[in-house]
Design a protein around this ligand. Structure first.
Ligand code: F6R
Length: 607
């Protein structure tokens, strides 16, 4: 949520900051801005709407070319509607400081009251303008920016990542974070600060991860990290990012989402590399010393939550471990959490920065329960906070709608279930077949994707006028139905609901008529006869049906969409891309902004 970039070095800063913002636009895109010091004066340019408007408004020629330090921001509104006056950077009363901010300062109203009483005026509805004026206020007392910055941050409740510039020290960036990502990129004679690595990956792969409770002071040649609590400096070594710029570009695809759907065979391969040994057993060195838990509590949000629901079936079925799955925003505030000391809390998050998921993790840690993080982003907050981390290795996911990350999460959940099953001595013939089939999934999916894409295209054209959709599934297909509905609504803004097919007659079927189509997951499995009956019930109410099914079934519907039959529950790895492609094609056909759907942002760092 909100993208931050700061640059100080030897190159013209504005083109670098604008380029960085382009790579961060997935985090928020309702307004954007840049700030820099030129001729001892602070200049701020802000525009409403997409980044293109900012590009048109910012001059990168003439004297602007001499600017070698700047900050930039792309916004996802929390406080104040998307208007120029609410866009970042925000400046303090005497225009000596400018700040960009991601997150929420929860006690900003209380601080604002105090500053109003001290004579300050405000021109936006944001918490950010309050923060920069608080820093200004505290600095006026002591004439020490670092001290004022520390005190202001100590006063601010909530979550934040901020980057600050000061007119009297124009080549220096000041930054801090609390439960929101902020990364330093170290180049030769230049420093970058950003919410995410792609913002500066074209210039350096050397990164330093900032921790909560620290202040970073970055200059072209060096950087220093201070602990807010005692002002002491902190030594932290840098790390090298393993993936390159190519992974963060569209690579000839129309949209990032399409590219990421088509990357899924590669993701399956990468996730499995080194995870199956010569005997066909799953290897998870991260967990070699962890005993199979008595119970697992899976906690996540959105698509990651759906992956968790799917994983529940496998962990219960294969490893015979009881599993509960909870939405992080519910779990974090539930009155009682009564875990056993041998339980495991498994938090799943693509970004590793989702505020509710991190809060849930913190709660589990307070209860002294072992925590395992399933996460895609190396160095993310979740990866650092969980007792143990398994990386899902999907590579950077840029499209706001999650696709390949879910595939990677499901694959790792499957390996986890097989791993605990082996540890419990539960491996049988079926489980060996599952492990073997895992290795062939990538090739199978790769061969199917072009056909799937074509079928999705033709169906999208036929159903594009629908205003509502049901998605139905049973058993391990039910979480996939939920995910299919989520994808359709977030991308094409068509109302869609995922249901357990057997629930339809308990109310929802009242909605069915000839204008309300249903997308059914009707695989040739043990539940097939049940789902076929549910389909007939819908057809009796004139409902139109798309059935994703296997060639062997006899389901007679408006549109059969056949995919090869593979062993349950691995069938999911062919179902999911079909659901993703259908939503993608619907949205694209309807002219929606596929990679950046309205009102959304990739990394939800506020609650
Ligand atoms: C939907 C989507 C979201 C995320 C959710 C959790 O396409 O992307 O529902 O899955 O915001 O995000 P992570 O997995 O980063 O915690």
């Amino acid at each position: 949520m909100c993208g931050i970039i700061g640059y100080t070095g030897h190159r013209p800063a504005l083109p670098i900051v604008l380029e960085g913002l382009e790579h961060l636009e997935y985090r928020g895109y309702d307004s954007a801005g840049v700030g820099y010091v030129l001729n001892k004066e602070l200049t701020v340019v802000r525009t409403k709407g997409k980044l293109k408007n900012l590009r048109d408004a910012v001059s990168t020629t003439g004297s602007a070319l001499t600017v070698t330090c700047a900050i930039g921001h792309t916004r996802w509104a929390t406080h104040g509607i998307p208007e120029e006056r609410n866009a970042h950077p925000h400046v303090c009363a005497d225009k000596s400081l400018a700040i960009v901010h991601n997150g929420i300062i929860e006690n900003y109203l209380e601080i604002k009251e105090e500053l109003l009483a001290a004579g300050y005026s405000f021109y936006s509805d944001t918490d950010t303008e309050v923060l920069v004026n608080l820093i200004h206020f505290l600095r006026a007392k002591e004439n020490d920016l670092l001290g004022a910055f520390s005190k202001a941050l100590a006063r601010a409740n909530g979550t934040y990542a901020v980057c600050l510039i000061d007119v009297s020290n124009p080549g220096t960036l000041y930054a801090a974070r609390k439960s929101a990502p902020l990364i330093l990129g170290r180049g030769v004679g230049e420093s970058f600060i950003a919410s995410d690595v792609p913002a500066f990956l074209a210039y350096t792969r050397e990164v330093v991860f900032l921790e909560d409770g620290e202040i970073l002071v970055a200059e072209p040649e060096k950087h220093t990290i201070y602990r807010i609590a005692d002002g002491c400096t902190v030594k932290r070594s840098s790390q090298l990012i393993q993936w390159g710029m190519q992974a963060a570009q569209k690579g000839g695809y129309r949209h990032f989402m399409l590219k990421e759907i088509f990357e899924q065979p590669r993701v399956l391969k990468d996730c499995l590399t080194g995870r199956i040994n010569a005997q066909g057993n799953i290897v998870l060195p991260e967990l070699e010393n962890v005993a199979p838990p008595n119970r697992i509590h899976i906690i996540a949000c959105g698509t990651s939550y759906h992956a968790g629901l799917w994983g529940q079936h496998l962990l219960e079925d294969l490893a015979q471990i009881p599993v509960s799955v909870e939405i992080a925003s519910e779990f974090r505030y539930k009155e009682r959490f009564l875990p056993d000391k041998n339980d495991l809390v498994l938090v799943i998050s693509q970004s590793g920065e989702t505020a509710d998921t991190l809060a849930a993790l913190e709660r589990a840690k307070k209860e002294k329960i072992a925590t395992l993080g399933l996460c895609n982003v190396v160095g993310s907050s979740l990866a650092r906070e969980a007792d143990t981390v398994i990386y899902t290795q999907a590579g950077p996911e840029i499209s706001v709608a999650s696709t390949k990350a879910m595939t990677s999460q499901m694959l790792m959940l499957c390996t986890l279930a097989l791993f605990f099953a082996r540890k419990k001595g539960l491996i049988d013939k079926r489980q060996r077949t599952l492990a073997k089939t895992l290795s062939s999934l990538a090739v199978l999916l790769e061969a199917q994707l072009p056909n799937m894409h074509r079928r999705a295209q033709s169906l999208a054209r036929k159903y594009a006028e629908a205003r509502s959709f049901f998605y139905l599934g049973r058993g391990h297909c039910f979480p996939l139905a939920l995910e299919g509905a989520l994808k359709l609504k977030e991308l094409s803004y068509i109302h869609a609901e995922g249901y357990a097919a057997g629930e339809m007659k308990h109310g929802p079927i009242a909605l069915i008529d000839s204008a309300f189509p249903t997308f059914v997951l009707a695989m040739n499995d043990s539940l097939y006869p049940k789902i076929r009956s549910n389909v007939v019930e819908i057809q009796s109410r004139e409902g139109h049906i798309i059935a994703l099914t296997n060639p062997e079934t006899d389901i007679d519907v408006d549109d059969r969409w056949e995919i090869p039959r593979i062993i349950d529950p691995l069938q999911a790895f062919l179902i999911l891309p079909c659901l993703q492609l259908f939503s993608y094609e619907m949205a694209d056909f309807l002219g929606k902004d596929v990679d950046q759907p309205r009102n959304l942002a990739k990394s939800v760092t506020v609650e």
